[in-house]
Ligand binder design. Structure first.
Ligand code: GDP
Ligand code: IMO
Ligand code: MG
Length: 423
């Protein structure tokens, strides 16, 4: 299928990076379309672990062209660090293209992200990478784009203008220390010189790839329930990580997308604040966290853990138009003990399978569970559906039934090869 999309169906960290890395082997182009370095995608190749925050995870395959699309917000210092880290490991970075339309994260975005978190009534638990303030500037039409970095006088004027207002907000509203525009200009023009060969027209590049029948793989970051429109607002990120974001975040049309794979874990995790109906704030949650090594790739925070919620995945299937599911950590869930799957919510004495928009209504929902037997075998070496214990197959079949989408892949370990194709 020429144009494939991989998206998260929960609250992020479902293991999207592993599928991107695997599918990139057959792709000509791999593109990011939303988010920034709030993402942390782990790839394990020949036992070596890579944590990618901004670079598309296809970069480890020598033949793929890697694109950072217009919908991404780019922190140039982070990008250059990541490029250097990979260059040291022998990866060729000449295959990287960055959209001239992508917005730039500046130091005042990071400062404002931290100050807003401190002063909010209820903190969101952001990654403090400046993501929200950078997207706010984009919507407010005072953002600075990658193409601006290439025109020093214009860039300097934009930074001075923006900071004259931002500094007043930082100082007068939040009591923070003002930033020096000239230091920022000098620092960022240095980044511009380094990144200039990579910045260009990625809309034409992607259009030509699609028109030429080449395989393009879109790498989702964050996830459906962190989406600005469809997530548990306001406990969300500031972009549209759903499949629709591919079009606005890279410049292809909706009819050009062929296949949309939704990644989930066989349980649920969440970093940061916000509702989580199936959360287990008990020894079950602790056990999932320890067995699944559930600590953030970006911030190192312990992830909140709980049972898989099919109401959420069903909602994700709808808003993304999913064609297939990829279920990770089947190896982990089998070791937890008796497994529970949330198949509906009960609210004021009535059953529903619809995920409410209003968080007060969500708080009234209690999960309705179906229980499944665990399995004692180590399944990390399984590569075929028929090799899996019957209990594991039953659990996967129930996921398909309750979510309404066929499962195509099952993850049985962190490695590129640790996959079972659903038979
Ligand atoms: P992403 O942000 O969606 O790419 O996911 P992260 O990389 O942040 O988190 C997923 C974590 O689970 C990483 O540590 C992966 O190496 C690991 N992982 C992915 N799939 C599996 C799996 O099937 N089994 C196990 N045990 N670990 C997995
Ligand atoms: P990947 O791509 C998990 C969460 C943060 C916070 C909220 C808003 O690795 O799945 P932000 O810094 O974006 O303004 O924070 O979103 N968050 C993620 N959680 N995985 C991610 O990315 C995330 N990106 C943002 O923890 O709750
Ligand atoms: Mg992650």
């Amino acid at each position: 299928m020429p144009v494939q999309v991989v998206v998260g169906t929960q609250w992020g960290d479902e293991g999207k990076g592993k599928y991107i890395d695997m599918l990139a082997a057959g792709a000509d182009v791999v593109a990011r379309f939303s988010g920034g370095n709030n993402a942390g995608h782990t790839l394990v190749v020949d036992g070596v672990k890579y944590a990618m925050h901004l670079l598309p995870s296809g970069i480890l395959h020598p033949h793929t062209l890697c694109v950072i699309g217009n919908g991404v917000v780019v922190d140039p210092a982070v990008l250059i660090r990541e490029m250097d880290m990979l260059a040291d490991r022998g990866v060729d970075l000449s295959r990287l293209r960055i959209s001239e339309r992508a917005h730039v994260i500046l130091p005042y975005h990071r400062v404002l992200d931290a100050l807003q978190e401190q002063h909010r009534g209820a903190a969101i638990g952001t990654t403090r990478r400046g993501i929200g303030p950078a997207y706010s500037d984009k919507a407010e039409r005072c953002g600075i784009r990658m193409c601006d970095l290439l025109v020093p006088e214009r860039f300097a004027r934009q930074v001075r203008e923006n900071l004259s207002i931002k500094n007043r907000i930082i100082e007068c509203v939040y009591g923070g220390a003002p930033l020096d525009p000239e230091a920022i200009i000098t620092e960022y023009l240095g980044y511009a010189r380094r990144l200039a060969p990579h910045i260009g027209d990625t809309v034409s590049l992607l259009a030509e790839a699609v028109e030429g029948g080449r395989k393009v793989l879109y790498e989702g970051a964050q996830a459906t329930f962190l989406d600005l429109d469809f997530g548990t607002y306001p406990y969300v990120t500031s972009s549209n990580p759903v499949a629709g974001g591919v079009c606005t975040g890279s410049g292809i049309g909706p009819r050009q997308v062929d296949d949309i794979i939704g990644v989930l874990k066989a349980y649920t995790s969440r970093v940061g604040e916000g509702p989580f109906p199936t959360e287990q704030k008990n020894d079950i949650g602790d056990r999932i966290r320890e067995l699944g090594h559930e600590y953030g790739t970006t911030t190192g925070r312990p992830r909140r853990c709980g049972w898989l919620d099919a109401v959420m995945i069903r909602f994700s299937a709808r808003v993304n138009g999913l064609t297939a599911l990829a279920v990770n950590h089947l190896d982990t869930i089998g070791r937890v003990g008796r497994i529970r799957l949330c198949v509906a919510y009960e609210k004021e004495g009535r059953r529903t399978r619809d995920f409410p928009a209003d968080l007060d209504q969500l708080a009234l929902c209690s999960p309705v569970y179906e229980d499944f037997e665990p399995w004692s075998e180590d399944i990390s070496g399984c590569r075929n559906w028929n090799e899996l214990p019957v209990e594991a197959r039953r659990y996967v079949e129930a996921i398909e039934t309750h979510c309404g989408v066929p499962v195509r892949y099952l993850g049985v370990g962190p490695g590129r090869e640790s996959l079972v194709l659903r038979g």
